[in-house]
Design a protein. Sequence first.
Length: 298
Amino acid sequence: MYVRRSLAIAAMTGTLALGLAACGDSTTDAPKAESTQSSVQNSVKPAAKEVAPADRMRNAAKAVEQQASAKVSVDSVEPGEGNTKAEGTLSWKKGSEGAELSMDAGSDPDLREMAGPDGKVHMTMANGSVYFPVAGEMVEMAGGKKWLKLDGSAAEDNPADDLPHGPAASLAALSTATDLAKVGKEQVAGAEATHYAGTVDIKKLAADSAVLKVISKDERDAYIKELHTTGLKATVKIEVWIGADDLAVKTMESGSTAKGTSKVTIVYSGYTRTATVEAPAAKDVTTLAEMMQNAAQG
C-alpha cells in the first residue's frame, strides 16, 4: 500500500465499502567568544554549507528507510469519495509491513455501517490481509469471532499487492522535480520543520535510475502504479516538511484527475525502528464466506 493506497482499500461486497484512498537546514551557530592571554579576538567558525534541496530529499528518504514504523494522521480528499480522516500506526519494515487505522465514518453510509460505538471504522492490515473488528449486524453472523478478515478473494483489490510503507517513496520522487525548492521554516505539531515543494513528472520518474540509489525499483514502480490508480497520469505536486534527524514530519500530495482534484496529507510522528503491527489471533478471525454460511444456516 503506497502513499494514497497505503491508507485506502476498497474492500467487501454489498454492505461493506472502505475509502481511505501515503534535520532542519544544516547550519552551525557561532561559538561563544574565546579569549587568550595573547589575543582578545573572537574565533568564529564559518556556517556549514546549506544542503541542496534534492540532496536533502535523498538524505531524508534514507533516514526514513532506517526506521520501521510511525504514528500517522491522514487527511484524504478523493474525487467522488469525499474527505476521509484517519489516524493510527504504519509499519513498513520489510517482512513486517502493517497498519492499524481508525477512520472517521463521517457521512459515508457504508463506513457508518462498519463503525464501532465510537463512530469510527477500525482496520488492521498485517500478513497481507485486512481485518475489521466485527460490529453491529455482523456480530451474529460472525459466530462469536471478533475480527473479519479480507484477503485477495474477498476484497476488490488484493491487499497483499500493496504493502504499507513510510514516506521514503514521496521523498525520493520529489528529489527528481526540476522545480524543487525550499519554501521556508514552519511549525508542524509544535516543532520547527523545513518545507520543500516541487512538481514530479511521473513519466520521468519511471525512467529515473538515480532515484534507485535511494529506494528499490519495486518501491518506485509500485509508487508510480499507485499514482496511476489514483488517476494521476502526468504530474503530482509533492510537498514535504523535514524535521529533526532528517525525518519527514509531514507530506502532502495533490494533482488533477479526470474526476477532479486528489489530495492526501499525512503527518508523521513517533518514529521507531521496530515494527509494531500484528495480525489478530487466528482463533478470533472469521471470513466473509464463513459469515455468509452462518447467515444462510439461520
